[in-house]
Write a protein that binds this ligand. Structure first.
Ligand SMILES: C[S@@+](CC[C@H](N)C(=O)[O-])C[C@H]1O[C@@H](n2cnc3c(N)ncnc32)[C@H](O)[C@@H]1O
Length: 218
């Protein structure tokens, strides 16, 4: 459990900067960096809502919700309830603001300051786990705890391994005291099946070091 407190600490301090990646609030150079090196963040957003399809009237849990971009989109698409879980309080403050600024009533959205596994979570129709497995030391326990929370499907991103980008990112995050973890397609298949998911669809976002976007069903 070493990594979650440090991931939480890192993201708590990084919350404002992270939030500017969405909504194109950054300067021209950083927008170029985001487009070039972080394009998978935007692609996985589109793939997630394509995979979830019609969520009107359904409940969603967004684990590692950050500043809440998936929460507001799920509310826009008519989700009956969205639960966001994140251990970084500054991320949740931004998430709460985003929900209010988008004009949604607080009663359709619950934000929980905690890590997963750990936070008590009731079953939801769908789970969103985007940009989180990067920071999870024990992916097997995380996915095993996720299975009973999911009634219909879960969409999960996993960072891929790349000969150049992976060691570079590892060092960058070590300096930030936030360890990162990487996966192969066979790791993902094995971990999801071992956790009890019946259907596992793995899709690699094209490009060096880009994420895997995975849709699992119980
Ligand atoms: C890269 S951000 C992604 C935020 C959001 N899902 C998105 O894609 O915009 C990762 C988030 O995961 C959270 N996180 C890290 N480990 C976690 C854990 N074990 N349980 C829940 N959240 C976690 C961090 O605090 C951070 O806000």
């Amino acid at each position: 459990m070493r990594q979650e407190p440090s991931a939480a600490t890192f993201f708590n301090g990084f919350a404002d900067t992270f939030d500017t990646i969405y909504d194109e609030k950054r300067n021209a150079f950083m927008r170029w960096v985001d487009c070039t090196f972080r394009s998978d963040m935007f692609i996985r957003y589109t793939l997630t809502f394509d995979a979830l399809d019609n969520i009107r009237g359904q409940s969603i849990v967004d684990i590692g919700c950050g500043s809440g971009p998936y929460i507001t989109e799920a509310l826009k698409r008519g989700a009956s309830l969205v639960t966001g879980i994140d251990p970084a309080p500054n991320m949740l403050t931004l998430g709460r603001l985003r929900v209010r600024n988008s004009g949604f009533a607080d009663e359709r959205c619950i934000l929980v300051e905690d890590k997963f596994p750990g936070a008590p979570v009731t079953p939801h129709d769908h789970a969103i786990v985007m940009g989180v497995m990067d920071y999870v030391e024990d992916a097997a326990s995380f996915l095993t705890a996720l299975k009973p929370v999911v009634r219909r499907s879960a969409v999960i991103s996993f960072p891929s391994k790349h000969w150049f980008r992976t060691p570079f990112r590892r060092v960058r995050y070590r300096l930030r005291r936030c360890p990162v973890y990487f996966y192969t397609e066979s790791d993902i298949e094995r971990l999801c099946k071992a956790a009890g998911f019946r259907s596992v669809e793995v899709r690699k976002i094209p490009g060096a070091g880009m994420d895997y976007h995975v849709c699992v069903k119980p």
